[in-house]
Design a protein around this ligand. Structure first.
Ligand code: QUE
Length: 355
């Protein structure tokens, strides 16, 4: 008997969800996504559930992302399965359900929260993070783009911060994430269980439910320390407000600081096409509804799943063979054409469109 990958329990009026693949850093499988979509609509209507609390099992991760290795495995037998279509489709439906959820959706984040994990936490009504929190949208590292609603939430951060996080995969600790508004508050790891018990004991109902949750969280909030981003924002805005990836690279070169050189070196390792489509994604999603953003991202995801695309090479190099040497196609940003980028934004069969 293998243990369930995701656990559900209703206790003290809370719908408790535990992502339960600790050895895989709780990375989301398609099965976990389908289970979420089976249970959480019911909890939204069920009067025995006043709020949802989401946690990750083990002591390292909340959720490290989507289980991209299964997508890679499917690609080894072209035409063999539908995971490449259904995984993203069903994941984005869950992201949208969380964004529109009628009850408090509270993520207690006690470790790594990246990619697909962020899609479960950032769109909810509340999120708290411990000193073990580590955030990133690292998809350009594997030839993908910051999906799960990245186009929506990254473009609503201050200045060019979202573009910076999306392109460089830069990691944030809790103080910076609170400062940026990516999580609501810092709660020490040692007090997470106590916070959950207090939520279970609290009155949470009606139109004041979110404020009632705020008040409980406030009792456990601690100072996360000094953020590093404020001192960086001037440089981020100068270098990452640009029309193209080539322009960002040129600005970083011209800037000539140690910080700029470090960012440029980071960009040089990433998929040029992934960076180009990511910048286009952010432009297109900046003033769109959540639903429109998800439709855009679904089209992009399907274009990235076509045979021979950088995604498979990225997963191979970083997660399968672990040689850390992806051979991107095209290898540099000047090989990326307008047509290659546009190809990621066309309607697809089985399109994800919300009414
Ligand atoms: C970039 C990414 C991801 C990544 C590594 C990157 C990503 C992702 C995983 C991941 C982590 C743990 C697992 C797993 C996958 O790693 O999105 O199956 O067990 O999900 O450099 O974007």
């Amino acid at each position: 008997m293998s243990e369930a990958e995701i656990l559900f329990e209703v206790k003290d009026g809370l719908g408790l969800i535990t992502l339960n693949r600790p050895k895989a850093l709780n990375a989301l499988t398609h099965g976990m996504i389908l289970e979420l979509e089976r249970v959480i609509p019911d909890w939204e209507k069920n009067p025995a559930v006043k709020a949802v609390v989401l946690r990750g099992a083990g002591d390292r991760a909340f959720c490290a992302g989507g289980d991209v290795t299964n997508l890679y495995r499917e690609s080894l037998n072209p035409g063999s399965g539908t995971l490449r279509r259904d995984f993203f489709y069903d994941e984005y439906i869950v992201n949208r359900r969380i964004y529109r959820y009628a009850k408090p959706w509270i993520s207690l984040i006690d470790g790594i929260d990246m990619g697909g994990g962020v899609g479960l936490s950032v769109h909810g009504s509340h999120s708290v993070a411990s000193e073990k929190f580590l955030f990133a949208m690292p998809e350009t590292t594997i030839g993908l783009f910051p999906d799960v609603g990245g186009g929506y939430f990254l473009t609503r951060l201050q200045g060019a911060l979202g573009t910076f996080l999306a392109l460089t995969s830069h990691r944030l600790k809790v103080a910076d994430a609170v400062w940026a508004g990516i999580v609501d508050a810092h709660v020490p790891s040692a007090r997470m269980n106590e916070l959950q018990a207090a939520l279970g004991a609290a009155d949470i109902f009606g139109p004041g439910a979110n404020q009632q949750v705020d008040a409980v969280i406030a009792r456990f909030t601690a100072d996360p320390g000094l953020p590093t981003l404020p001192a960086m924002m001037h440089d981020i805005d100068r270098c990452f407000s640009a029309e193209s990836v080539a322009e960002i690279e040129a600005k970083l070169k011209a800037f000539g600081s140690e910080w700029a050189e470090k960012q440029l070196a980071a960009l040089m390792k990433l998929s040029p096409l992934a960076m180009a489509i990511t910048l286009e994604q952010l432009k297109r999603c900046a003033n769109r509804s959540f639903e429109d953003s998800m439709t855009i991202e679904y089209r992009m995801s399907q274009a990235c799943m076509r045979p021979g695309r950088d995604f498979f090479e990225g997963v191979r190099a970083l997660l399968i063979d672990k040689d850390q040497k992806p051979r991107w196609n095209p290898p540099t940003i000047d090989g990326v054409t307008r047509a290659m980028v546009e190809d990621h934004f066309k309607p697809v069969a089985n399109d994800l469109v919300f009414d």
